[in-house]
Design a protein around this ligand. Sequence first.
Ligand code: GCO
Ligand code: MG
Length: 402
Amino acid sequence: MKITEARVIVTCPGRNFVTLKIVTDEGIYGLGDATLNGRELSVVSYLQDHVAPCLIGRDPQQIEDIWQYLYRGAYWRRGPVTMTAIAAVDTALWDLKGKIANLPLYQLLGGRSRTGVLVYGHANGADLSSTIDEVGRYREMGYKAIRAQSGIPGLDSTYGVSKDRMFYEPADNDLPTENFWSTSKYLDFVPKLFEKLRDAYGPEPHFLHDVHHRLTPLEAAQLGKMLEPYRMFWLEDTVPAENQEGFRLIRQHTTTPLAVGEVFNTIWDCKTLLQEQLVDYIRTTVVHAGGITHLRRIADLAGLHHIRTGSHGATDLSPVCMGAALHFDTWVPNFGIQEYMRHTEETDEVFPHDYRFEDGFLYCGESPGHGVDIDETLAEKYPYQRAFLPVNRLEDGTMWNW
Ligand code: GCO
Ligand code: MG
């Protein structure tokens, strides 16, 4: 069997998605997600101009060799664009291998470790009371784990709280909009939110919260300590993680579980965090961390240090990534949780899939490969639209972390 085509498909059913379709001389094909929110076209070019020509004529079953060829062979290693492109190829090849073997992807990885995949949903509200109500709605929908983000009194806009009350956060605008941030207003408010949530819903639900890299290590330690009475499932991305050693300070001061890693793209980005057990959950994903082949290596290193997986699953990752992630989650021994922000109906129509949500869990399907397809005719109806994530400033105008 030989690869005859590697086609890049760009579509925007509400937001931009980039998909790689690897086609073989025997007519079967595999799909990989290649979406990098706000930087989509750089991955399109990387794949079209620099990767696709090298794939033609190769045996698609040589997943490991092709991965090493693209990683070592490029000379320029790592980085989100490179690793997203490699992930797209890798995911498409695992999908193909499943179709060749007539087995669902989780079977190729070693079989089922669990019946279903625990997911967390996003409850967002403009203020305290609407966030509490929204968490209640997620409880009614069956979610066992809920991330709560609320508007902060005194701040016009807050990360994670959508302006249009959509259940997900769409890509922002044609040019980046600007948000404003105050650490003191935030630190004053967040512990109250989780105190009220525990009062309202008792000890059972798992609560999560995403800080989106807004704090310093010392402030993160303070927040972690203040949240200890409310037994968080995790506190996510408290600080930017380029400086992995910075987590030592947070870790020394709080027992609130820490999650990090949605922007990481290789094992090198989390080596110290994992080896020193400075976090509890690693959020690397199939699409941004080099595909199944590389994510498996990260998960194995994490497992040695009692760290569990908690893959990123926001709506800027396409259903193709979600399908592959669910097979990974069904297999990986040190699974923790999977993020699940529902896609819109338009997106689900472009990407027909066999995974399903039931009572707080997602279940991957039994069809060969990862079980997600693309309707290319429909995809064509939604042309690419430039869109950026917002940027963030302190109240005095200083650029801050998004
Ligand atoms: C999350 C993330 C997202 C990101 C988005 C960026 O935890 O789900 O932080 O909301 O902002 O995926 O592309
Ligand atoms: Mg996050």
